[in-house]
Design a protein around this ligand. Structure first.
Ligand code: 5RP
Length: 231
C-alpha cells in the first residue's frame, strides 16, 4: 500500500503538468496543496515564472519559505488556474472543503480562476457527500442564534446531526478572516445544492464548504496510480 505522503506528492506532480510558464496561479491549503507547493518550488528554482495567490496565511508562509513568488488577489484579481485539495469529492465533482479552515479564501480564489483543479488521494472519493463533517464559517456575532438557525434550515431538508464549534486547543478556532467554524455532521447529503441555498439564507453564515459546480478537473492518486475526473 502506498503511503499517504507519497500519494499526495504523486497528485502534486500530476497537477504540475497543468502549470505553464507565466501563469497566475491560485494555491490551495492543506497537506495535499502543500505537496504541490513543494514540487512547484523546485520548478520555480529551475526558472519557471509564475505568480501565486495563496488561500491561507499557512500557505503564504510556506510559499515564502520555499521561494514561490506570490501576490494578493487585490493585485492579481483574475487567475488562470487554482490547484487545491479537498476533503470529499463525488462523481459529479462536487466537493466538501474546509477541513483546514480556509474555505472562504479557497472559494473566492477558485471562483476568480479560469480553471479549478483539485488534487487528492483516492480515499477522498465518495458516492455521496457528507461522511466528512461539513465546515460552515460563521460570524462570531450572534453565534448561538446562527447555530440554531442553521439547525432549523438543515432539519427542513431532513438533515439532523451534531454541529460542533471547531476548536484549536482550549480556544475556538479562528479563521484567517476572523470568523468561527461549525463542523456539521449531517450524514449523507442527498441534495447538496438545496443545502447550499438553505445555508446561505441564514444570516451569520459567511461561507460553507460545499464547492458545487466549481471543479473542472479532479486528480486522484491511489495505489493503482492516477485517476482523472473531468467536469
Ligand atoms: C483546507 C481544505 C483542504 O484542501 C482539505 O481539508 C484537504 O486537506 P488535505 O490535503 O490535508 O487532506 O479544504 O481548508
Amino acid at each position: 500500500m502506498t503511503d499517504s505522503a507519497t500519494l499526495k506528492t504523486m497528485a502534486g506532480e500530476a497537477a504540475l503538468a497543468h502549470v505553464e510558464d507565466g501563469m497566475r496561479l491560485g494555491i490551495g491549503t492543506g497537506s495535499t496543496a502543500e505537496a504541490f507547493v513543494r514540487v512547484l518550488a523546485e520548478r520555480v528554482r529551475d526558472g519557471m515564472k509564475i505568480v501565486g495567490v495563496t488561500t491561507s496565511n499557512r500557505t503564504e508562509t510556506l510559499c515564502a519559505e520555499l521561494g514561490v513568488p506570490t501576490e494578493t488577489l487585490e493585485t492579481v484579481p483574475e487567475l488562470d488556474l487554482t490547484i487545491d485539495g479537498a476533503d470529499e469529492v463525488d462523481g459529479s465533482l462536487r466537493l466538501i472543503k474546509g477541513g483546514g479552515g480556509a474555505l472562504l479564501r479557497e472559494k473566492i480564489v477558485a471562483a476568480a480562476s479560469e480553471r479549478f483543479l483539485v488534487i487528492a488521494d483516492a480515499s477522498k472519493k465518495v458516492e455521496t457527500l457528507g461522511a466528512f463533517p461539513l465546515p460552515i464559517e460563521i460570524n462570531g456575532f450572534g453565534m448561538i442564534a446562527t447555530y440554531l438557525a442553521i439547525r432549523k434550515a438543515a432539519a427542513g431538508l431532513g438533515l439532523e446531526g451534531d454541529m460542533i464549534l471547531r476548536r484549536s486547543g482550549d480556544e475556538p478556532f479562528i479563521t484567517d478572516n476572523g470568523h468561527l467554524i461549525l463542523d456539521a455532521s449531517f450524514g449523507r447529503i442527498g441534495d447538496p445544492e438545496a443545502l447550499s441555498q438553505a445555508l446561505f439564507a441564514v444570516p451569520g453564515v459567511v461561507e460553507h464548504g460545499l464547492f458545487l459546480g466549481m471543479a473542472n478537473t479532479v486528480i486522484l492518486a491511489g495505489d493503482d496510480g492516477l485517476e482523472t475526473l473531468e467536469a
